[in-house]
Every structure is written in C-alpha cells, then in structure tokens.
Design a protein around this ligand. Sequence first.
Ligand code: ADP
Ligand code: MG
Ligand code: MG
Length: 210
Amino acid sequence: MALDGNWARRWVELAAASMAENRTELIHLDRNIGDGDHGENMDRGFQAALGKLPSLEEGASPADVLKLLATTLISTVGGAAGPLYGTAFLKGAVALKGKAELEPGDVAAFVEAASAGLQQRGKAQPGDKTMVDAWAPAASAAEKAAGAGEDAVAVLRAAAFAAVEGAAATEPLVARKGRASYLGERSAGHRDPGAQSTAYLLGAAVEAAS
Ligand code: ADP
Ligand code: MG
Ligand code: MG
C-alpha cells in the first residue's frame, strides 16, 4: 500500500485504537516508575486527534495529517508526553512537506526528524530510559533499510521492529530524564512507558500500511 494521506489517516485511527487497547498496560508501566497517567494521557490525545480527522481536506497529505496530530497532542495531552510527541510529529511532518506519497528515504527522514526533534525538546540522550530509546534505534534502522534499497513499507517495518526492541531494552536502564529519574537506581527493572507507547505507535503505522 502507498504511504499517502489515506495511510496517514489510517495510522491515526489505528494508533487511537492501540492507545485505547493498551491504556491499562501503559498506566501500569507508568505506575511502576512514574505517576500512572501515561495510558490515560495517550488515550485522551489520540481520541482527540481521531475526532479531528474529519476536519481535514479530502486531499490532505501525510504532512497535513501528522501536523494535525501533533498540534492536537500538544493541546490535549497533559504531562511530559504531549509536548514531546507533539514536537516529534511536528518535526516529522516538516520533513514530509510537499510529499503526496512517501518514498523509502522519506520514511527514514520522517523517523529521523521526529527522533531529533524529540531529543532537542526533551534533552534526553539514548540510554536515559525515555521514549528516545525507541525513536533513536527506529531512526537508525529506517536509515539502514532505506540505504539497503528496501521499499517504503519495509523501511517503516524496520523502524517499528527496532522500536519494539528499544522499548524492551529500557528495562535494565536507570532513568536519567523525566519523572522516573526521581527514583534513581530503583527505576531499573521496569520498562519505560513512553518507549513502549512509541513501539505501539510505530506498529500502528505498519498496520495502517497493510
Ligand atoms: P508525565 O511524566 O508528565 O506524567 P507521561 O506519563 O505521559 O508524562 O509520559 C512519561 C514518558 O515521557 C516517559 O515514560 C518517557 O518516555 C517520556 N519522557 C519524560 N521526560 C522525557 C524527556 N526529557 N525526553 C524524552 N522523553 C521523556
Ligand atoms: Mg506519567
Ligand atoms: Mg503526569
């Protein structure tokens, strides 16, 4: 399937479904090392974005859809994740400006811009036990797949798979950013909720393409 505006809409729909389905799990993860609201925050933000999809013009591009998602997340999600995801999707949308359909290199550019924007905004580095630990490996994997001549959907799949692995790899880490960092060493042994939600969101992007 072409990664066009309809794909991007479908991504928001499936992401909203995934945030609703995984709400409780994300709440539990955030209860372990945070304040227990990540599932609620993400569900609220994506439901709001879902509700705004009909306001898009018929020929909306992937950038148009992702920009709407970003601004909606910024205005409706309280806490750290709203502005962070908002910035990631906004920077990612800028990288896709003017593209009706994403080529393999566009997918890689999107994930890289989202990851870089997120890191700039939150000042977290890979290894700090945040959503960066899902986005940064996703960006590297996408770049590698695009460089190896994979098609656009395969590049997206590579990114999503790396995000799943990156989220799992946050478990032994000690948090150095966000609420979990207040726990110090006690944050080790738990998966980062934002890295897990990133894995779900990129998984929904792949699902939207199949
Ligand atoms: P809050 O911590 O304000 O309650 P959420 O629970 O919605 O917000 O989101 C928490 C997630 O945000 C964390 O699991 C982590 O992935 C991410 N996060 C927190 N601070 C940062 C940061 N500085 N950079 C990147 N991600 C961060
Ligand atoms: Mg929280
Ligand atoms: Mg909170």
